[in-house]
Design a protein around this ligand. Sequence first.
Ligand code: ATP
Ligand code: MG
Length: 408
Amino acid sequence: MSEETTQEILLLKLGEVVLKGLNRNVFEDKLTANVSRHIKPYGRFQVYTKQSTIYVEPRNEECDMDRAYRACLQVFGVAAIARALPCAKDVDAITETAKRYLKDEFAAAKSFKVESRRADKQFPMTSIQLSQAVGGNLADAFPGVAVDVHNPDLTVHVEIRERAAYVHGPATEGAGGLPVGTGGKAMSLLSGGIDSPVSSWMMARRGVWLEMVHFQSPPYTSPQALEKVLSLAKLLTPWCGQLIIHVVPFTEIQEEIRRNCPEDYFTLIMRRFMMRLAQAVAQKAGARALVTGESLGQVASQTMMALGVTEDVTDMPVLRPLIGMDKSEIVKISRKIGTFETSILPYEDCCTVFTPRHPCTKPFVSDVRDAEKALDVDALVEKALSGVENIRIKGDGTIVRKPARTEE
Ligand code: ATP
Ligand code: MG
């Protein structure tokens, strides 16, 4: 066996990608490319797909397998990940490798079985013969662990491939979903709260390539509030890939609303402006849908009628992955993906500036349209769009700022 095959490799099991009939190649290619990009900082790897599995093999000793493994846990489209150890293609070598490599798993198990796959058809034993031989040896080596082929605590996997045999134990659950980039592009409205990082993550998990739009209202919102949003976006890049955040100046719009519109409608009219602006930014970026962190009934502006009023000004699909979720469920995801601690930092969002004392919870579209007539909507939208600043967060976390459009 050559030097290079003695190192641990990663086996990534494909998730829903395998259901994708004719498009399957497109999905697999995208996933392979995404995996390669995620692990690039950790060394030189060979990444290829075979039989619903992506193989990640280190090309040299310098590869950091622990970090590559952790990076792969954040790649959408991967259902499960196993670390496997290569060895020579014979029963004794396989047995010895399993004994050593899966020592801890055997210590924790009451029963086990061996499951073999044979990609190398030259191998002299059938899969069943191989499983029986290795299983027999392991049963002798671990007398306290019984063979149970139906419902074992531990399944020892053996794969006979061209270059070597591979041994691995149970796989870890992967990120699931579909590869980012296969589900089209959408513009996600990212605030500094708990919900919108989660809604963004959920859509990225369905394969959607995201860009972000954020509305800021200085001096009512502070520079720290924007920094917080950038930190949240940065936490999302390992899942979503590099992100562009379109920062839209929103102060004048909010002041105009306060000056000219009935207080009960402040939030609703503000949200309609957010939708108009988000749609314009989305169209320019080639995105086909908007994403928000709205959840039915969570606040006055998220009742069914309020959502209808908000949606009235856009003809793009508005994706609201949290619509049917309880706050506690959203918080759970936010903790899992690592955004929660940042989300609860106490910086104000433009939504919390000028909040009405008695927001209307059952608004009619026609009434809100009437209330809005006091404003020059098009001019306000145009002006805000001319001040958009693009901030790019690269895959490695570095931040690149681009000036507002007027300065280009
Ligand atoms: P979050 O926890 O994400 O702030 P929320 O429960 O506070 O959401 P709202 O403040 O009413 O709800 O906002 C609803 C949604 O509108 C947010 O989830 C987000 O998608 C969008 N949104 C709110 N404020 C902003 C902002 N300043 N910039 C961009 N999007 C925003
Ligand atoms: Mg909010």
